[in-house]
Write a protein that binds this ligand. Structure first.
Ligand SMILES: [Zn+2]
Length: 161
């Protein structure tokens, strides 16, 4: 799924968390794309070649796919999640679960054609050929659902205030 939608959905899912945890969740909800594609987009901006929509595969440097494998792996997530639990003496830090949600969503919204999710990296290169997030129908449905979710959040806030 696109990074903006990842961020917006994370905010919806973690709506009931206290503000600081919600902001951390939003950070981890977009981080997998931010750290892999972020530097590439910045260099494109500097080169004045801001990509309109999805960039062509040939234009994407190798380092992007390498970082992408780390940030989109459930194996890597489990290791980091476990280390954080250990560091916090057994207490789970829930905002980190937004990173897992990102990976799970991506598994269902990428095809073999463009960055299928390497969710078992480095144990296996097995990937799933699912829905294309850039497909206009998917985009319309996804952003319509987001709009409904935000209207509902707004409605509930008005009732409670
Ligand atoms: Zn992603």
């Amino acid at each position: 799924m696109d990074t903006l939608a990842h961020g917006l959905w994370t905010n919806v899912i973690y709506q009931r968390q206290r503000s600081i945890d919600r902001w951390w969740a939003i950070f981890f909800g977009v981080a997998p794309d931010l750290f892999s594609f972020g530097p590439f987009f910045v260099t494109r901006l500097i080169d004045n070649a801001w990509p309109a929509g999805r960039p062509s595969l040939a234009s994407i440097p190798v380092y992007v796919s390498i970082i992408y494998s780390y940030t989109h792996s459930i194996v890597i997530w489990l290791i980091v999640f476990g280390l954080v639990v250990l560091w916090r003496r057994g207490r789970v830090w829930w905002p980190l679960s937004a990173w897992l949600v990102h990976i799970l969503v991506d598994i269902g919204t990428h095809t073999y054609e463009f960055f299928p999710t390497p969710f078992l990296f480095p144990l296996s290169s097995w990937k799933i050929n699912a829905i294309n997030w850039a497909d206009p129908t998917f985009m319309i449905v996804n952003y319509s659902l987001l709009l409904l979710a935000y209207l509902e959040i707004y409605r509930r806030r008005r009732i409670s205030s």
